[in-house]
Design a protein around this ligand. Structure first.
Ligand code: FAD
Ligand code: NAP
Length: 340
């Protein structure tokens, strides 16, 4: 028989965040079954605790002392709900790890997630910032997000439109920030989906492949990521620390006059996306190091903890970086990870 997980007091979360920032939380519970949530919410309500949700901690900045109750999503389960000639619908529990889920789908012939391989984290966190990589974003496969409001415990189902997905953004980072716990996600994968190979780094990696299929894309993405991205197990980091800024066309034209070499991509809506990494490099931050924290020497967008780093030191460095970019280019950078 399963024993209900009582929250534990004064828990060390250093090993539960990929930046390895020191953090002790007042209370912490591992949610292995969504059915335990009403009891856990009642525990929090009785003690007037602030509630926080954590997946695997690969996109958070945790303070040294966190008040309240952390709910770590650990529920499991992958189920094929529907299979028709046009699509497959898959239900996945929030606590499933993302990359093994991608590999599982691929092995079943449920193609589509290959470009998102090797992104750290849980399935439940994936809709929060609408994870994206190599030209594909999660939102194109999301059918429904199931969860509950933390304040009221009321269960809710949001369809993809209600999630207001955008570039590294969704309603869960805005109107519902801090008040929605995702218990499971329903994905719809089109039955006949061509592999997406139109991303510059993929084009190069697949150059020797005449007609790349989904397996080739999966292998290419894994190879590229292993080669290019720092492993948080070796050098603690949270992936990209800043979002790529998207600016209005007229602002871009002015900037382009003074910086003709600026890396940029024109968007469908007329706005222009800039490479945050390029802006950081031009301001001289690549490879910068100070006590405890720094900027990765090969990936300027990745801030790292050299061992003694704290949230305070990291956010202080991030603020100085953002202000130097603002002063030089007039562009505001936004932090991508969620600051607790
Ligand atoms: P956490 O870090 O635990 O949480 C992130 C946020 O989601 C927090 O606000 C948390 O409260 C909330 N949250 C988590 N689970 C739930 C839930 N079940 N219900 C409600 N809220 C929840 N991101 C990309 O988009 N593309 C990439 O290519 C990419 N590459 C990365 C590479 C590295 C090396 C690293 C370290 C990170 C990378 N990321 C990338 C960022 C990160 O992997 C994703 O944002 C991922 O979805 C975070 O999952 P997590 O379970 O670790 O979430
Ligand atoms: P890369 O392929 O060298 O590209 C560098 C940057 O240029 C990325 O931020 C990417 O934006 C942008 N870019 C490249 N081609 C683009 C295009 N055709 N249109 C618009 N923007 C374009 O990047 P990398 O660092 O090796 O990472 C590879 C992929 O993994 C990228 O998609 C990146 O976003 C993703 N990744 C994300 C994180 C994270 O924490 N969020 C961490 C590591 C890797 P996009 O970010 O929009 O793709």
């Amino acid at each position: 028989m399963r024993v209900n997980p009582l929250p534990r007091a004064d828990v060390d979360l250093r090993g539960s965040n990929s930046l390895r920032l020191p953090c002790r939380v007042e209370w912490c519970a591992d949610v292995e079954d969504a059915a335990d949530l009403p009891e856990l919410l009642a525990f929090g309500r009785e003690r007037a605790l602030e509630l926080h949700v954590l997946g695997s901690g690969s996109n958070v900045i945790l303070p040294e002392r966190l008040h309240g109750l952390v709910l770590r999503m650990r529920n499991r389960g992958i189920e094929l709900l529907e299979e028709t000639p046009s699509r497959r619908v898959i239900r996945v529990a929030a606590g499933e790890a993302w990359h093994p889920f991608v590999l599982h789908c691929h092995a079943q012939g449920w193609f589509g997630f290959e470009n998102l391989a090797l992104i750290p984290g849980t399935v439940g966190a994936a809709p929060i910032q609408n994870i994206g990589a190599y030209g594909v974003e999660l939102d194109r496969f999301v059918l429904e997000v199931h969860g509950l409001e933390l304040r009221t415990g009321r269960t809710q189902v949001l369809d993809a439109a209600a999630c207001a997905f955008a570039y590294r953004d969704s309603i869960f980072k805005r109107a519902l920030a801090g008040d929605f716990l995702i218990t499971e996600v329903l994905f719809a994968l089109p039955a006949r989906l061509p592999p997406f190979t139109g991303y510059a780094a993929l084009v190069t990696e697949l150059a020797g492949c005449k007609t790349p299929d989904h397996a080739d894309v999966l292998t290419a993405v894994i190879t590229l990521r292993r080669r290019r991205l720092p492993d948080p197990g070796v050098l603690p980091n949270a992936g990209s620390f800043f979002k790529n800024p998207v600016i209005e066309a007229d602002a871009f034209e002015r900037l382009h006059c003074s910086e003709p070499g600026i890396a940029h991509w024109r968007q469908g809506d007329g706005r222009v996306k800039l490479a945050a990494a390029w802006l950081l490099e031009r301001c001289g931050w690549k490879g910068y190091r100070e006590v405890g924290v720094g900027v990765h020497e090969a990936q300027a967008l990745v801030l790292v903890n050299h061992g003694e780093g704290t949230a305070h030191a990291l956010l202080d460095l991030a603020a100085r970086i953002a202000s130097s970019v603002q002063n030089r280019f007039g562009v505001m950078l936004e932090i991508e990870p969620v600051v607790f």
